[in-house]
Ligand binder design. Structure first.
Ligand code: CAA
Length: 388
């Protein structure tokens, strides 16, 4: 699959292969995932039926090479998948995004061959769900300040500490966990490990009652003397912060794609409703003040999508893409929130009710400005690149 937007002609059309991916996911998302989204939002159950379908289509390991059981596609295909899923159900979108990027990238880029052969096929096939455990109760934006500790004891590291807000935790069996050899070393003391849920001393806490993406299985984790085999260290000792940051560069493109999907859905719903709803003897779509909202929403979606695709293609071309990823996330998440607000406004009182999906879109959109780095953190990252 080519990793370009038809460069060098820059026609901005997806290739035939990428269009096929979009059509395949759109069909599944429209026919099966969207109709179940309100149910999962309400019940907060993990959407196993959606995830099983994605696994059957190879979409739980989109960029994982075929030799490790993945689909061997590129980042442009990946963002297309996440956008279309999130347009239907943002919780399913983030579950797939975490599996496809946060859980697999550290292994792909920094894992030993043994770790890749052991864990990637289980994740890429969707047989096991993965999660990424960096955040702690007192370490969010300041990721280098984590307090979960690891110490080498013979052939094992011993893990002690707590994590919080860990997406996929109700279902995950394979966790990428960050811990420090000594908090006084700052980011230079951090290590990255693959940890299995079944290991003694590992417990998953209560399923958090969140505002949006409510079916994303977000929970705290506790490690009480968990014994990790030495070979499950990902990268070198003290290299964990670099692994975490490089992983988040990839992850942020996925969250930006999720935001585009939510923003597109907000526009879809506003267009549909404004053409049906009549006031003053005309569909409200004929009023220029309504049209202004529709136009702003469409311009936002188009520009956010281009930024996401550019970040994806930059990565696929093997170039530095951290700035592009953060810019795409910063911009697309703002568009998602604004489009959700505007879509509610177009729907009037109905938009404020649970009868229509647009109130869910606002709740789902908000988290895209927070997880995988707040908008403020994205600005820090962008500023660092600009001033380098
Ligand atoms: N790739 C590789 N290395 C990187 C890097 C990158 N993108 N960014 C920084 N580094 C390296 C630097 O080169 C530096 O290394 P040296 O000391 O060898 O030079 C080191 O990391 C420290 O860099 P900084 O001084 O820039 O680090 P900092 O402590 O100032 O932190 C930060 C910068 C951008 C604020 C960072 O802490 C950050 O991104 N915070 C947000 C964390 C985050 O996104 N958390 C979300 C968790 S996941 C989630 O949301 C849950 C989910 O399940 C969806």
């Amino acid at each position: 699959m080519t990793a370009t937007l038809n460069a060098p002609g820059m026609s901005f059309e997806l290739s035939e292969d990428h269009r096929m991916v979009r059509e395949m996911v759109q069909k599944l998302a429209t026919e099966e995932i969207a109709p179940r989204a309100a149910h999962y939002d309400e019940t907060r159950e993990f959407p196993w039926d959606n995830i099983k379908k994605l696994a059957e289509l190879g979409l739980m390991g989109v960029v994982v090479p075929e030799e490790y059981g993945g689909a061997g596609m590129d980042t442009l295909a990946y963002v297309t998948v996440i956008e279309e899923l999130s347009r239907a159900c943002a919780a399913t979108g983030v579950i797939a995004a975490v599996q496809n990027s946060l859980a697999t990238f550290p292994l792909l880029k920094y894992g030993t061959e043994e770790l890749k052969r052991k864990y990637l096929p289980q994740l890429a096939s969707g047989d096991k769900i993965g999660a990424y455990a960096l955040t702690e109760p007192n370490s969010g934006s300041d990721a280098a300040s984590i307090k979960t500790t690891c110490r080498l004891d013979g052939d094992h590291y011993i893990l002690e500490g707590q994590k919080t807000w860990i997406t996929n935790s109700t279902a995950a069996e394979i966790f990428i966990v960050y811990a420090t050899l000594d908090p006084s070393l700052g980011h230079k003391g951090i290590c990255c490990f693959v940890v299995e849920k079944s290991w003694e001393g590992f417990s998953v806490g209560k399923h958090e009652e969140t505002m949006g993406v409510r079916a994303s299985g977000t929970c705290p984790l506790t490690f009480e003397g968990v014994k990790i085999p030495r070979e499950n260290l990902v990268g070198k000792e003290g290299e964990g912060f670099k692994v975490a940051m490089a992983t988040l560069d990839c992850g942020r493109i996925g969250i930006a794609a999720q935001a585009v999907g939510i923003a597109q859905r907000a526009l879809d719903e506003a267009l549909r409703y404004s053409k049906e709803r009549e006031q003053f003897k005309r569909p409200i779509s004929q009023f220029q003040l309504v049209q202004e909202m529709l136009v702003n929403m469409a311009v936002g979606v188009e520009s956010a999508r281009l930024m996401v695709q550019r970040a994806a293609v930059t990565r696929d071309l093997g170039q530095s893409f951290g700035k592009e990823a953060s810019m795409a996330k910063l911009y697309a998440s703002n568009v998602a929130v604004q489009n959700a607000l505007d879509s509610i406004q177009v729907h009037g009182g109905y938009g404020y009710s649970k009868e229509y999906p647009v109130e869910r879109l606002l709740r789902d959109a908000k988290i895209t400005q927070i997880y995988e780095g707040t908008s403020e953190v994205q600005k820090l990252v962008i500023a660092k690149h600009l001033l380098a």
